[in-house]
Design a protein around this ligand. Sequence first.
Ligand code: IPE
Ligand code: IPE
Ligand code: MG
Length: 239
Amino acid sequence: MNRLPKHIAIIMDGNGRWANLQGKSRVKGHQQGAQKVRDVVEEATRQGIEYLTLYAFSSDNWSRPKDEVNILMKLLVTSLKKEFNRLINNNIRLQSIGDMSGLPTPVKQELKYVIKKTKNNTGMVLTLALNYGAKEELTQAIKAIAFKVKNSIISPEKVDQSTIIEHLYSQNLPAVDLLIRTSGEERISNFLLWHIAYAELYFTDTLWPDFNKEDLQKAIVDYAKRERRFGKTSQQLTN
Ligand code: IPE
Ligand code: IPE
Ligand code: MG
């Protein structure tokens, strides 16, 4: 039996389809989805999860209609403001991964503010993936390493996995143990490629705006039943 996953990552998907089913605009789906984040964060904290990473906006989501993008950005700012006290009270440290420079100024400002104010918190690390793409993350890491090699800061022979990790946005994130995707889609959509190398994948048909504490508990229970072999044989693990 596995212990509790140390790091849970969630692809929060299905806001649009949820709204569609209710005959509402996609905006309503995103609003309802944003509210669900609170419950899930609270439950993860209660369960003693050390790292929770949420995919909130991908680098490919800029291709959506402009109005939807604007609403998502506004929702981010209001959610950060609204949840601030709760993060403080729950001793949660907020951080973000992704290309922050590409975010609108109000989002950047609010994000920086909350990150700064929660940086000494010692509880769960909550990471928001914003303007995040794993291929972009790996590309910028390789570019940075190439420059260091060129300038003789690193010798090529010394480049190993830790060198790569040090150049990722998510350098302080441990490997993902459990990756959850809601809404019935079974794909990664350019999320955390490096960190999910050995993640246990959990897909549920539940749409993100319907995902609740019990759903998170279910995923954690399912994870506990899995045997993580990391290349070894089952027998080696039980010996
Ligand atoms: C996830 O829900 C939220 C974001 C990607 C920002 P979607 O908006 O992708 O919902 P569907 O997939 O259209 O149902
Ligand atoms: C992935 O969902 C991104 C987020 C949940 C933020 P998408 O809905 O954008 O992914 P695809 O396009 O269906 O793969
Ligand atoms: Mg989607």
